[in-house]
Design a protein around this ligand. Sequence first.
Ligand code: ASP
Length: 609
Amino acid sequence: MFRSHTCGELRKSDVSKEVILAGWVQTVRKFGAITFIDLRDRYGITQLVFNEDLNPLLDQNPLGREFVLQATGFVIERSNKNLTIPTGEIEMDVRSFKILNKSAVPPFTIQDDTDGGDDLRMKYRYLDLRRNAVKKNLELRYSVNRSARNYLHEQGFMDIETPFLIKSTPEGARDFVVPSRMNGGQFYALPQSPQTFKQLLMVSGYDRYYQIVKCFRDEDLRADRQPEFTQIDCEMSFVEQEDILNMFEKLIKRIFKDVKNIDYTDAVERTTWEDAMWTFGNDKPDIRFGMKICTLKKPISVYLNKHDHAALINEAGFPVFDGAETVLAVAVPGGAAFTRKQLDELTEWVKRPQIGMKGLAYIRYNEDGSLKSSIDKFYNEDRLKLIASAVEAKQGDIILVLAGAEERTRKAMSELRLEMGEQLGLRKKDEFKLLWVLDFPLFEYAEEENRWVARHHPFTSPKPSQIQTMIENDPKISDAANYLSHPYAQIQANAYDMVLNGNEIGGGSIRIFQRALQEKMFEALGMTQEEALHKFGFLLGAFEYGAPPHGGIAFGFDRLCSILGGSESIRDFIAFPKNNSGRDVMLDAPSTIDDSQLKELSIQLQKSN
Ligand code: ASP
């Protein structure tokens, strides 16, 4: 027997039992003739005591950090208890021990606060994974996985695997491609998601499908992206949008309960895409705090149609506002007390290249009801009052105002709102707020190519009431400058995103399930009939054989775990992640391959000079 107990198991009630433990040496401490060792395994840490009679043996077999050790002895009560760990009331009085394996000195300490930098930890990820902090993240990931599986199983969903070697049909991100040896000169692609397969499974009558599955996208990486990532991927037949929203907000609430013991009893709030853009400046708003954005001026051509306060801000002779396409404002609670220095810092913040604004105007709404602003010269107190009331500012607030080009200003204001939320401590890690974002536009205009692209993906259906508009109109954009006046610009998708604390954690749609409409969609995206057949002939064919109405959703599993774990980075929740350049620094991948391998694959590399 290697061990009778784990290192996290023994308690006071075990005192005087003879036990065998096995694990890794966390620390070795010598006090005179007595040696203490913390022995660690996945389950915890137990203190071992080597009394002086074992000294000769210890001298012959010195122990070091991360040695693998088996020890036999008796459980005794500790005189000096450590109540911060579950085994802290006992220790093992070691009678004999055996070194099962030695260890080189690890390149960093295997502790919560390690001295290892990111690169080092990734290179020795197998050691990093021994650290409690990392282990906790993987445990959380597993409990999210189990919770999702339990719920989906109870709801009749079936886990069905779909292939990884598929056909390249890039749309959105780039595909990772895999050369085929048996079909020289031809390539598979790794799936960006199992989208078409799950739809085919609906055509096949499987009714409720799910998979916790790897997806592959060859994108430029940001800190929170990985080239391979995991989705909780789901699809259902005979459903409308409402059925999906119901089914999957319950999934997330169940995960909250199982993983965090949170009873999320509130109904999940909903917003339209348009309202989200207006009031928060982006389509994944953090609604843990208010501070809604007020549009004081908007461009005539803007796609968004509401919330016009133009009369309050125009024609005051202030060139910055008069000349700007958009003027946006937000009231920051308690901000009237901001010092000059704070405001200067905020101004510098909005001028940073990432934010890209020329400056920041402000209106202090003082506690005594008076208003004082950086634009006093142009706006008298009455007009400032009107602005304050449009922004729903209260006495004691400060109103921050940005002006500039529509898209950039909206983005900047959205960032400024989040920054203020952060500074005021309104974005609490332990508070979770879900939101459905609905009614997205079906299409987005790609300026460089002068064509429509699918906002979600090409399988998303328009709202039933807008199918006719889509079918009857020619998708071609004849007047690029006025693309917004094209009927396609107004078509809304039967699509939905789930947002958690300002992060998009899931998205999906009700799908097109008729061949003619799917063909029209491909046409709208600028594909010729031949192209559509070449890329998606299998799907168009399947739609000829009794495809049921269906829809689905996919959740970003890594991101969901990182938010529940209170971390910014999804890497912390992936056992073997890639770095920001998409490299696995432990494996040193990607790497070159042998000439013989290349030859077998019929691949010739271009000479780089
Ligand atoms: N396949 C989609 C995605 O990966 C999700 C869905 O529509 O179900 O974004």
